[in-house]
Ligand binder design. Structure first.
Ligand code: A2P
Length: 274
């Protein structure tokens, strides 16, 4: 079974979940059904992915009790000025009456709306419509700005982290404030699985390269949301929760940090049209 992490409001989040970024809307229901079948209970989507309804359909058809699931979705960049309406839309798409975690997807510094949007998320939280609220892609300066404005401390900051792009400065500044770190693209969208360091450690443990990278994340306290379209890899990735790497191997993976961002830069990313 997958370990949980207690967020700063006491809500427990499964440390390993299934991410549906880049899962085509028409394939999402089937992929999430397969993930739930494999044993995942934490699903991470976003309004911008346009696949919330597929996630919702899979939840419904699974018959799994709502309290046994942890569902995250995110506020679209173009809707930061009307976060409440966007949230209500997400609930409708998901077919749910609450989510477990709602995130501001990107800071979009050029809009200067994220503090205003955070007030709407606080209301959503106070009303019990999301069990926790947080942010995504926030650099240290955006976090400082949000915290300086007062109010609820985000429960998580979901950022790109994988062996070749660790953002240790952002992760550390998040944790210092009690904000849990969620790693997206935890496998570097697959690229980090080619590393000789990773493949040789995998051979030593009779594990897959993806299991090694995921075990490294879990040992570092990251919440991870790997994506796979393949049911066999979904199951193997989930089984990484049972793999413990020794300190020397963890250090060898940590030494791979190289500035290899695969996603967008939060300082400039806009995506308000998505
Ligand atoms: P696939 O969907 O064919 O399994 P990330 O989560 O970092 O974005 O990485 C997702 C990418 O990594 C996808 O292209 C996925 O391909 C691939 N991937 C996921 N799990 C594995 C695995 N266990 N082995 C190899 N590739 C994987």
């Amino acid at each position: 079974t997958v370990p949980t992490i207690d967020l700063n409001n006491g809500v427990a989040i499964p440390q390993l979940g299934f991410g549906v970024f880049q899962v085509p809307p028409a394939e999402t229901q089937q992929a999430v059904e397969a993930a739930l079948e494999a044993g995942y209970r934490h699903i991470d989507t976003a309004a911008a992915y346009r696949n919330e309804s597929g996630v919702g359909a899979a939840i419904k058809s699974s018959g799994i009790a709502r309290e046994d699931l942890f569902i995250t979705t995110k506020l679209r960049n173009g809707e930061q000025a009307d976060a409440r309406r966007a949230f209500d839309n997400s609930l409708r798409e998901l077919g749910l009456d609450f989510v477990d975690l709602y995130l501001i997807h990107w800071p979009v510094p050029s809009q200067n709306l994220y503090v205003q949007a955070w007030r709407a998320l606080e209301e959503i939280y106070t009303e019990g419509l999301s069990r926790a609220i947080g942010v995504s892609n926030f650099l240290a300066e955006h976090l400082e700005n949000l915290l300086a404005a007062g109010g609820t401390v985000p429960a998580v900051n979901q950022i790109e982290i994988h062996p070749t792009f660790q953002q240790r400065d952002v992760a550390e500044s998040s944790r210092r404030h009690g904000i849990a770190v969620e790693a997206y693209s935890p496998l570097g969208q697959g690229a980090d699985l080619e590393s000789r360091t990773v493949t040789s450690i995998a051979a030593k443990y009779l594990a897959t390269p993806a299991q090694v990278v995921l075990a490294w994340h879990l040992a570092n306290g990251n919440i991870v949301i790997p994506k796979s379209a393949n049911p066999d890899r979904m199951a193997k990735n989930l089984a990484a929760a049972r793999l413990t790497l020794d300190a020397e191997d963890l250090a060898a993976i940590t030494a791979l940090d190289a500035g290899g961002r695969v996603g967008a830069d939060p300082a400039t990313a806009d995506f308000t049209q998505l």
